[in-house]
Ligand binder design. Structure first.
Ligand code: DX5
Ligand code: ZN
Length: 227
């Protein structure tokens, strides 16, 4: 079985208890913390910034996977690097100079990811693929948790999987939006190896006594084990 990674999106966590939610979800076996940054400009919603990233950094050694839905993007990158982000991903539409933005993320000591909205063409991968550590395919339009998975994303995953496998570099292929227990296996078959899930994890009841998310994470992993 491939090494699959699960990245709970804290967008759907209980923000009144964010620290506890992060500790619980990592203790329950999640791999990354997916950190959705929205600016009410690039997307019609407003979420959390570097101060929150800095506040949660001491709680876990897990990778903090920052998904920037902000425009412009460059100015905020050093702030997230200083706040302890490990991976920083951005949308090509939010950068005037994509190669420069990738370079900026790496200069700051972070891994770099490029994000593709449902209608964003893959040609943005041309000429920069080898510089990327992660490719994020959006299976919803960005801005909100709890939306329905857009099936066309499966075709996009298949194409990107081929491009990654044709190269020598290890690049994570992440999917974000509408990932649930009942579709994660199909998404893995299309080529994803890293799965963002917000509402599927945090809207599931926490395990009563332990305050953990073992049951839902086990269900997601059980589906991945079938692939
Ligand atoms: C959407 C965000 C996602 C979102 C996923 O713009 O990038 O990370 O929180 O939420 P679900 O898993 O509920 O679709
Ligand atoms: Zn996201």
């Amino acid at each position: 079985m491939a090494n699959y990674l699960i990245a709970p999106s804290i967008l759907s966590a209980n923000f009144a208890k964010l620290g506890e939610e992060i500790t619980n979800v990592i203790d329950s076996g999640a791999d990354f913390i997916h950190f959705d940054v929205m600016d009410n400009h690039y997307v019609p919603n407003l979420t959390i910034g570097p101060l929150v990233c800095e506040a949660i950094r001491p709680l876990t050694d897990a990778i903090i996977d920052v998904h920037l839905m902000v425009d412009p993007v460059d100015r905020i990158i050093p702030d997230f690097a200083k706040a302890g982000a490990n991976i920083i991903s951005f949308h090509p539409e939010a950068s005037k100079h994509i190669d420069r933005t990738i370079g900026l993320i790496k200069e700051q000591g972070c891994k770099a990811g490029l994000v593709f909205n449902p209608a964003t063409p893959l040609h943005f991968l041309d000429h920069v693929l080898d510089k990327l550590d992660l490719i994020l395919i959006m299976s919803v339009n960005p801005g909100f948790g709890g939306q329905k998975f857009i099936l066309e994303a499966l075709n996009k995953l298949r194409v990107v999987r081929k491009r990654i496998d044709a190269g020598k570099k290890k690049i994570l292929l992440e999917i974000d939006g509408g990932v649930k227990v009942d579709n994660i296996a199909e998404i893995a078959r299309a080529g994803a190896d890293t799965f963002v899930a917000g509402s599927a994890i945090f809207s599931a009841a926490r395990d009563e006594d332990s305050h953990r998310y073992d049951t839902v994470l086990a269900a997601l992993r059980a589906e991945l084990a079938k692939v």
